[in-house]
Design a protein around this ligand. Sequence first.
Ligand SMILES: [Zn+2]
Length: 278
Amino acid sequence: MPTIFPRSLIGTPEPPATRPKPGAVRYLLGHFTGVGLPLTSRYRSAADADVIADARTVAQFGISSNRPWEYNWIIGLNGWVFVQAGEYLSAHCLNFNAQSKAVLFLNAIGVPLTPAQIDAFRELRHDLVLRGELHPDHHADPHYMYRTTGCPGAEIATPPGSKWNSPTGQGQLGQLRSELLRPWTPPAPPPATVDPPVEPDPAPILEEDDMKPRMWRHADYQNVFLIGSGPAINVTPELAKSYANEGVDIIVERHPQMLKGCMHQAGLDETDLLPWPA
Ligand SMILES: [Zn+2]
C-alpha cells in the first residue's frame, strides 16, 4: 500500500453517504495542476511539509469552486497519496465522471514525475483493482483523451495526437508516460537477519532491464538501501557485501532528500541512522 492520507488531513469534507460510489470502472485518468507561473512556488517541492501544503491548496480550491471532490486521489511529489473523492464519484471530466476515476499529480507545469510518484501510482492502481474500484481490464489514460484540454501536460503524458472516436465525443489519442503504465510488482520481503545469514537472493525484484536493482547509501551514513524497483529496502552490511559480489552497483552520494525517502520507504527513522566512521 502506498502511504495514503485521509480527507481530514487536507481539509476536504466527507462526502454525503448518498453520493454515488461507481464500482469497478474501466478508466483511470491522469491530471496535473495546470499551474506553471514563475511567480508560484507551489507544486515544485518534494519536502513532506510542502507536499501537504500543496495538497491543502488543491483541497481548498475545490471547496471554494464548489467541487470539493474533483479528483479521487492526489499524488504528491514525495509519493504520498491524499484522498479527495476516493471511492465516491469525482468531478474531473465532463460527461465521463461515472465511468472513470481520477488521479491528480501534484506537479507544476515543467516539473517531472518523481520515482516516488511513479511507484505510488503503480501501486495505487494495483490496489484499486484488488479493492474492486477499478476493473482488472481498465485503461489508465491522460485527461486529454476524453476532453479537449492539454491536461496532464508533457511531464505526465505524450503530446496529444489525432482526434479519435472517444466515448465523450471529445479528445485526442495519446498515453500516459510508459513508466506509469508498468504493472506493480510487490517488493520482495525484507531479507532475514538470522545468524548465520541465509543465502541471499541475488536479484529479488529484477523484472525489467531498466529497473536493475542498485544499492544506495548517503556518504555520511553506513545504512545501505536496495533501490530500483518498488520501495527502498534496508540491507544488512553482510547482504550489501554479497550483493556487491553479485555485481549490484552501489551509489554513494550526499543527497539528504534521497536518504529521507529511502528511510521512509524502508520504515526506518532517525534513530536507525548509523554514522559513517570518521
Ligand atoms: Zn485534467
